[in-house]
Design a protein around this ligand. Structure first.
Ligand code: IMP
Length: 180
C-alpha cells in the first residue's frame, strides 16, 4: 500500500540494522562508564532510536524532546520550535542526541547549544542519516549512520506531512505524491 508511492529506496531495512549495530556498539564502547542520557528528537527518532539503544549493552537513560522546524512541507522553515521539553535535569550529564537526519543543521545545533547552556557535561549527535549538502550552519554530527544526497526522503521515522514514518526503509517519494 505505501510502497506504490515510493520512487526509489535509498537505505534498505538491512542497511538500517547494520547502521544501528555499528553506531550502537561504538557508543556503548565510548560511553561505558558514563551512564549517558540518550535524547531522542520526536517524532522522527522513534524507530531508529529504538534500534540504536537495543544495540548499546550499557546502562543508559532515555529522554525525549519534541522539536520542529518543518511545518508539513518539504523545505525547512528555519525557525526551531520546542513543543515538548525534556522534563529532566541535564546538569553534569553526558548526552547523546539521537536523530533521524541532519539537514540544515539548525535543529540539532539549537538543541545542542540549549543542553550545554543547561549544564550538560558533553553533547554529541548520533544520526541515522546525514545530508551535508543541505547544511546552512556549521555543524558536524559525531556519529553518522550514512550520508545521503540532498533529496527529500521518507521512512523509518521521516515523514512527509506526518505520513510514511512507518515505512521500514528510507526512500524517495514519487513527485505526484506532492501534488495530491
Ligand atoms: P534540520 O534542522 O534542517 O537539520 O532538520 C532536521 C529535521 O528536519 C529532521 O529531524 C527531520 O525531522 C526534518 N528533515 C530534514 N530532512 C528531511 C527529509 O529529507 N525528509 C523528512 N524530514 C526531513
Amino acid at each position: 500500500m505505501l510502497e506504490k508511492d515510493i520512487l526509489k529506496v535509498l537505505v534498505t531495512r538491512e542497511e538500517i540494522k547494520q547502521i544501528a549495530k555499528k553506531l550502537g556498539k561504538q557508543l556503548a564502547e565510548d560511553y561505558k562508564d558514563k551512564f549517558p542520557l540518550v535524547v531522542g528528537i520526536l517524532k522522527g527518532c522513534v524507530p531508529f532510536m529504538g534500534e540504536l539503544v537495543s544495540e548499546m549493552d550499557i546502562h543508559l537513560e532515555m529522554g525525549f524532546m519534541d522539536v520542529s522546524s518543518y511545518h508539513g512541507g518539504i523545505e525547512s522553515s528555519g525557525d526551531v520550535k520546542i513543543s515538548k521539553d525534556l522534563g529532566l535535569s541535564v546538569q553534569d550529564r553526558h548526552i547523546i542526541i539521537a536523530e533521524d537526519i541532519v539537514d540544515t543543521g539548525r535543529t540539532i545545533k539549537t538543541i545542542k547549544e540549549l543542553l550545554l547552556f543547561r549544564g550538560a557535561s558533553s553533547v554529541v549527535t548520533a544520526t541515522m542519516l546525514d545530508k551535508p549538502e543541505g547544511r546552512v550552519v556549521d555543524f558536524h554530527p559525531e556519529y553518522i549512520g550514512t550520508t545521503i544526497p540532498k533529496e527529500f526522503v521518507v521512512g523509518f521515522g521521516l515523514d512527509y506531512d506526518e505520513k510514511y514514518r512507518n515505512l521500514p526503509y528510507v526512500g524517495v517519494l514519487k513527485p505526484e505524491v506532492y501534488n495530491k
